[in-house]
Design a protein around this ligand. Structure first.
Ligand code: G1P
Length: 297
């Protein structure tokens, strides 16, 4: 058997969407933060499309209380479609249809308590089963020539193992991220020798941060199941992955593109400007508006 045929395809993706979104209150008082729009699509649809582009077939949402709107968003909306059809609004109809998930591809599980990202992923254990899977954090949007997960998948299909999308961040911001140690290797794709969750700048092994896109092997669930708490008193995905380094291959990918932390208000506003400026319909008008406000300052 050739090496390549032993690499199991990544067919499933996990989206942790149970978070409360307190940073956006009162906007998120009744609306899930994943439904906040960047340009004309909610955050969750941007990441769904990224996963779909990468060939993902099963979409697993780890949800919580008051998140029903997320499943509604991806459902068939017959009245809306009929109205748009009757009014000849074909472009809108196309957009609505494009936001529908194929039958049998959406799976839901719940994270009853906010015990950390690692715990949220563990909640998807039964739905993922014994196969590799992707994780996409919907707070983070990535703009680039190709979807970030697609770029990761291209490498995965050659090498297998675990892959983390990374980006260089300012040294003073390492305490916001999981930071990878590549032993100084700055190649586009480097072997990961260690991982630390939210280190202080003086303790960070590098400034290469995991930005919320992962391809993982199912063995990570064994370590998540220990429910050990780490940084911030939470069960961390980073810690479970770190335990597998040396036993499995872990690679970083410095992807082509830029990430936007839409879980923060500034990142959210920046993403709206960036996505708006690249919109085929309103892009030039958005640039004019940005210029106008910049010169007024
Ligand atoms: C999570 C992860 C962290 C990662 C970050 C990316 O942290 O724990 O390793 O770097 O997402 O956004 P959070 O932002 O949920 O605190």
């Amino acid at each position: 058997m050739s090496e390549q045929s032993t690499i199991k395809p990544v067919r499933k993706a996990v989206f942790p969407v149970a978070g409360l979104g307190t940073r956006f209150l009162p906007a998120t008082k009744v609306m899930p933060k994943e439904m906040l729009p960047i340009n004309d699509k909610p955050l969750i649809q941007h990441v769904f499309e990224e996963a779909r582009e990468a060939g993902i077939e099963e979409f697993i949402f780890v949800t919580g209380r008051y998140k029903e709107m997320l499943e509604e968003h991806f459902d068939f909306q017959p009245e809306l479609e009929q109205t748009l059809e009757a009014r000849g609004k074909d472009d809108m109809l196309k957009k609505v249809r494009d936001s529908e998930m194929p039958a049998g591809s959406l799976f839901l599980t719940r994270q009853p308590r906010p015990l950390g990202l690692g715990h949220a992923i563990w909640c998807a254990k039964k739905l993922v089963g014994d196969e590799p899977f992707a994780v996409l954090l919907p707070d983070v949007l990535i703009q680039g020539p190709q979807g970030c997960l697609k770029q990761m998948m291209d490498i995965y299909n050659e090498t297998g193992g675990n892959i983390l999308a990374v980006e260089d961040v300012p040294l003073q911001e390492t305490s916001k991220y999981g930071i990878v140690d590549t032993g100084g290797d700055t190649s586009k794709s480097a072997a990961i020798k260690g991982l630390v969750e939210k280190p202080k700048p003086e303790e960070a092994p590098s400034t290469m941060a995991a930005v919320g896109r992962y391809i993982l092997q199912p063995e990570v669930f064994e370590h998540l199941a220990a429910f050990e708490t780490g940084a911030g008193g939470e069960i961390q995905l980073t810690d479970a992955m770190a335990k597998l380094i040396g036993k499995q291959s872990f690679q970083s990918l410095t992807f082509e593109g830029k990430s936007y932390d839409c879980g923060s208000r500034l990142g959210f506003i920046e993403a709206n400007i960036a996505f708006g400026m690249r919109d085929a319909g309103i892009g030039n008008a958005v640039k004019e508006i940005v210029k106008k406000y910049a010169t007024e300052l």
